[in-house]
Design a protein around this ligand. Structure first.
Ligand code: GAR
Length: 189
């Protein structure tokens, strides 16, 4: 079974590209990339991958409500079953989340519920934990609080730097996210 998804990204988009390359294994077809800034490198990746992209520029909207209206308009052009967040650095409103209830999935670079928020990798590194990881979860109205779908641990070795940890986290994300999506979309979670 293949599910039609929209991927939302704010930055580099390496997870978006990974999902695009592994879409068959993940059981998804990416209909559109939604980026919240024209500077998001993810948009360039979409061009290269021949995936439609829409920039809904957050800075062009007065507030969250208007921004989300822009997102809804963009999505209405496509047949979307799930929204897959991949480095999307905006907090969606409860209203938006409710309208896509149980159909928004996020990737977070820590073992939730530890190190929520924007800097999950750095916060874990600075805290000095010896094990961190990656979480895939449903999005609910809280910040990084939705039901957990899958997790994978990453060991922080004594000689790891923030950069080496970032690399390990990303490699783990590239494995876990497609696998977790496949599980969810086959309704096994
Ligand atoms: C990923 O590490 C993802 O887990 C993280 O942003 C990065 C995006 O990288 N997401 C969050 O921190 C969400 N709170 P990418 O743009 O190269 O895919």
């Amino acid at each position: 079974m293949v599910s039609n998804v929209a991927v939302f990204a704010s930055g580099g988009g390496s997870n978006f590209e990974n999902l695009a390359l592994k879409s068959a294994a993940a059981g998804i077809e990416i209909q559109v990339l939604i980026a919240d800034s024209p500077d998001a490198f993810a948009v360039k990746r979409a061009e290269k991958l021949n995936i439609p992209s829409v920039i809904v520029d957050r800075s062009a909207y007065a507030g969250k409500h208007e921004f989300e209206k822009g997102i809804r308009e963009a999505l209405s052009e496509f047949d979307i079953e799930y929204i897959v967040l991949a480095g999307f650095m905006r907090i969606l409103s409860a209203e938006f989340i409710n309208d896509f209830k149980d159909r928004i999935i996020n990737l977070h670079p820590s073992l939730l519920p530890s190190f929520k928020g924007r800097n999950g990798i750095e916060d874990a590194f600075n805290y000095g934990v010896k094990v961190t990881g990656v979480t895939v979860h449903y999005v609910d109205a809280g910040i990084d609080t939705g039901k957990i779908i899958a997790q994978a641990a990453v060991i922080i070795e004594d000689d790891d730097t923030l950069e080496s940890l970032e690399q390990k986290i990303h490699q783990t994300e590239y494995e876990l996210y497609p696998e977790a999506l496949k599980k969810v979309l086959d309704r096994r979670v």
